[in-house]
Design a protein around this ligand. Structure first.
Ligand code: NAD
Ligand code: ZN
Length: 390
C-alpha cells in the first residue's frame, strides 16, 4: 500500500510499504477514506520528538471502513465506517476504566523507554514515534487498529466524512482543553494559538458557556477564522506587549482561564523566545515554551491554565513563582479522545458545531510531502489539510 513515511527531519515521502495484517485477536484492519495532518505531526517533521525511525508511517487523524476483524472483536463488523482516536487504549486497565484512555497501561510496548523520560509513560499513539509505541499511522491506504472495540467510533450512514474526521483528535482536544479550563458561564478565556486546536478550543469554550474568548496568534488567515468563530483576536506582532494588551482587555484582572494551544514550538521575538530558539537550535534545549510563560503570567489569581499544546522535555525560565503566587490551577496532557468521541458526535449531529470549518486544503496522498512543507511554513493560509484516500 501507499503511505506517507518519515525519512528524517524535514523529509516525508510517499512509499510503498507492506499492507497491515491482523496481529492480535482484538485488531481490525481499516481501509482509510480520509486522514489529516496535525500540528503534532509537525513536531515529528521538525525533529522535536525523539525515537522516530526512517520509514515510520505517519498519521493519527484517521477514519475509514472496516475490512477485516480479529476473532475476539465484539462490537465492530466489516463494512462499518469508523473514526479512530489518536491514542491507543486497551479498554480494560485501571486508567481506561476511569475514562483516562491516554494513560492506558497496556498498549505501549516501549514503556521502559517512556519511563526513562517520564517515570510513568502514557498510552501508545498512532504514528507518533517509538517512544509512543511505534505503531504505524493512518496517512496510508490501510491501518491496523488494536483493541478496535475501544479505539473506534461507528459513524451513522449518510454523515459526510469531513464532518466527523476531527473526532479523531482536534475536536476532542479543543473540547478537553476548554473543559480543563474549568469554564463557567460568563467567563473570559484567553487562548494562545489559532491553529486547528486553538480554533476548536474557541468553539468549545463558547459551547461551555464562555462569554468572551481572546484569541492570540500572528497569522491573519487563522485570526480571521478565530474572529469568525466569535473570538476577540489579538495579533501579537501588531501590539507592544501581549500581557499589557490582555490586562487592558480584562480591566486589569486577567482572564479567568488561559489555554496554551501552541505547545513546544512557540514563535515570537521576546527575549525568552529568542533564547529558546538559540538553545533548541544548538541542542541544549528541548522546548520553546513562550506561549506557556505568557499564559501563566496573564492568568488571573486563582485562575486555570489548560495546556493541550504538546511539550516534550525540560522547560526553562517558566514563571513558576507567578503560578504559585497567584494560586493557579493546571491541567494538561494528551486527550482522552475515546471519552469525548460519542458526546461530541451527538453535538455534530445536533448541528451545534461542524468541525470541518477548519479545512483549507484537500489533497491526494502523492501531494503529502509538499503539504507537510507548506503546513510547516504556514504557506497559502494553511490551517488544516485533509488527505482524501478515495
Ligand atoms: P498548529 O501548528 O497548526 O498551530 C499552532 C499555532 O500557534 C500557529 O497558528 C502559531 O502561529 C501559533 N503560535 C505560535 N507561537 C505563538 C505565540 N507565542 N503566541 C500565540 N500563538 C502562537 O498546531 P495545532 O494543530 O493547532 O496544534 C496546537 C498544539 O496542540 C500543538 O502543540 C499540537 O501538538 C498540540 N496537540 C495536542 C493534542 C493533545 O492531545 N494534547 C492533540 C492535538 C494537538
Ligand atoms: Zn494530533
Amino acid at each position: 500500500m501507499k503511505a506517507l513515511c518519515w525519512q528524517g527531519k524535514h523529509e516525508i515521502s510517499v512509499k510503498t510499504v507492506n499492507d497491515p495484517r491482523i496481529l492480535n485477536p482484538h485488531d481490525a484492519i481499516i481501509r482509510v477514506t480520509q486522514a489529516a495532518i496535525c500540528g503534532s505531526d509537525l513536531h515529528l517533521y521538525n525533529g522535536y520528538i525523539p525515537t522516530m525511525e526512517k520509514g515510520d508511517v505517519m498519521g493519527h487523524e484517521t477514519m475509514g471502513e472496516i475490512v477485516e476483524v480479529g476473532p475476539k472483536v465484539k462490537n465492530r463488523k466489516v463494512g462499518e465506517k469508523i473514526v479512530i482516536p489518536f491514542d491507543i487504549a486497551c479498554g480494560s486497565c485501571s486508567f481506561c476504566k476511569q475514562d483516562e484512555f491516554s494513560f492506558c497501561d497496556n498498549t505501549n510496548p516501549n514503556t521502559a523507554l517512556a519511563n526513562t523520560l517520564y517515570d510513568h509513560g502514557g498510552s501508545a499513539l498512532f504514528g507518533y514515534s517509538h517512544l509512543y509505541g511505534g505503531y504505524a499511522g493512518g496517512q496510508a491506504e490501510y491501518i491496523r487498529v488494536p483493541f478496535v472495540d475501544t479505539n473506534s467510533l461507528a459513524i451513522p450512514a449518510g454523515v459526510p466524512d469531513e464532518k466527523v474526521l476531527f473526532l479523531s483528535d482536534i475536536f476532542p482536544t479543543g473540547f478537553m482543553a476548554a473543559e480543563n479550563a474549568n469554564i463557567k458561564r460568563g467567563d473570559t478565556v484567553a487562548i494562545w494559538g489559532a491553529g486547528p486546536v486553538g480554533l476548536m478550543a474557541i468553539k468549545s469554550a463558547f459551547l461551555l458557556g464562555a462569554e468572551r474568548v481572546i484569541s492570540i496568534d500572528h497569522y491573519s488567515g487563522r485570526l480571521k477564522m478565530a474572529r469568525d468563530a466569535g473570538a476577540h483576536v489579538v495579533n501579537f506582532e501588531d501590539i507592544h506587549g501581549i500581557l499589557d494588551e490582555i490586562n487592558y482587555l480584562t480591566g486589569g484582572k486577567g482572564p479567568d482561564s488561559c489555554i496554551d494551544a501552541v505547545g513546544l514550538e512557540a514563535h515570537g521575538s521576546t527575549v525568552t523566545a529568542v533564547l529558546d530558539r538559540a538553545k533548541t537550535t544548538v541542542g541544549i534545549g528541548t522546548d520553546r515554551p513562550d506561549a506557556l510563560r505568557q499564559a501563566i503570567q496573564a492568568c488571573k489569581k486563582g485562575g486555570y491554565v489548560s495546556v493541550p499544546g504538546v511539550y516534550g522535555g525540560l522547560l526553562d525560565n517558566l514563571p513558576f513563582g507567578a503560578a504559585f503566587g497567584k494560586g493557579l490551577n493546571f491541567k494538561m496532557g494528551q486527550t482522552h479522545t475515546q471519552k469525548y468521541m460519542k458526546p461530541l458526535l451527538d453535538r455534530i449531529l445536533a448541528d451545534e458545531i461542524d468541525p470541518s470549518f477548519v479545512i483549507t486544503h484537500r489533497i491526494k496522498i502523492e501531494d503529502g510531502p509538499q503539504a507537510y512543507k507548506s503546513f510547516n511554513e504556514k504557506k497559502d493560509d494553511f490551517v488544516k489539510v485533509v488527505i482524501q484516500m478515495n
